[in-house]
Design a protein around this ligand. Structure first.
Ligand code: NAD
Length: 257
């Protein structure tokens, strides 16, 4: 049995992933705002540090895998804090507990939205790990109803780039820790349920995320990929965002690879 720390384990993809792992006999330490082993707020620096410390402590100092799922899709600056720093700073804080595992692994959730239009200055500010600068840009975007949606896509583009940039480094690959991301298409979870409840919302989503293979997905399709990426079987996949999106990336990005 392996010990997993899963952020966002209170709902949706994180919750389903936790349930599958627990049903196989693995130990899961969930982190979320409520309803999990660790109660923590990943939108603040102190919240991230405290949650990582508490999860490491509950794990007895050794964590075999971390799956970072916690996220928001609101057109608000808060989304940048949770989706980017809530993953990257949490992972950096918990990294020491991974180094004592025999087969440490990390997976994050990016999104198909990482391939959609972004606010480049926000992506750049996130990747310089300057939270105040990123927040200032995100707060400006939040004020404009036309631009607020770019906060989500920018946070996810930054996550995919962070994974690519950081995964090969000494702290991760050099310590034998594969770091990868999954880019889901439209997953039916509490995050999307309001949007998918109306035909207008569904039509909007389907224009942005065309899914010719099997249409909208359940959280299991993403959970199973996250579980493989964080299994002992994954020995060489490093720095990738694997789009599991019913073909949306293939349709939208086409030959641009
Ligand atoms: P969800 O809303 O069901 O679950 C997200 C979880 O994150 C919730 O339990 C929430 O409480 C937690 N969370 C939010 N803010 C937090 C904070 N400050 N501190 C701690 N926890 C916090 O959504 P989901 O669909 O399961 O999404 C999981 C991940 O998948 C997110 O990163 C999301 O961006 C990504 N994603 C989802 C879809 C989709 O269609 N649902 C598509 C692509 C990517």
């Amino acid at each position: 049995a392996r010990t997993y720390v899963i952020t966002g384990a209170g709902s949706g993809i994180g919750k389903t992933t936790a349930e599958i792992l627990a049903s196989r006999g693995d130990r899961v330490i969930g982190v979320d705002l409520k309803g999990t082993e660790v109660t923590g707020d990943l939108s603040t620096r102190s919240g991230r540090q405290a949650a990582a410390e508490e999860a490491s402590r509950l794990a007895g100092g050794t964590v075999d895998a971390v799956i970072a799922c916690a996220g928001l899709a609101l057109p608000k600056a808060l989304t940048a804090k949770v989706n980017y720093f809530g993953m990257t700073e949490f992972l950096e804080a918990i990294q020491p507990a991974l180094t004592t595992s025999n087969a440490p692994r990390v997976a994050l959730i990016s999104s198909m939205a990482s391939l959609q239009p972004v606010a480049e200055p926000l992506v750049d500010a996130l990747l310089t790990d300057d939270e105040d600068a990123a927040l200032a840009i995100a707060e400006q975007l939040e004020q404009d109803p036309q631009l607020g949606g770019l906060i989500y896509s920018s946070s996810k583009r930054a996550i995919s780039r962070w994974v690519r940039r950081e995964a090969p480094k000494a702290q991760w690959a050099g310590a034998g820790i594969p770091v990868n991301a999954v880019g889901p298409g439209t997953v039916v979870t509490p995050m999307t349920q309001d949007l998918l409840a109306t035909s207008e919302g569904t039509a909007l989503v389907d224009t942005m995320v065309p899914m010719p293979l099997n249409y909208h997905q359940s959280p299991e399709s993403i959970a199973n990929l996250l579980i493989w990426l964080t299994s002992e079987e994954n020995t060489h996949c490093c720095g990738q965002t694997i789009y599991c999106d019913g073909g949306a990336d293939a349709v939208l990005r086409g030959d641009d690879i």
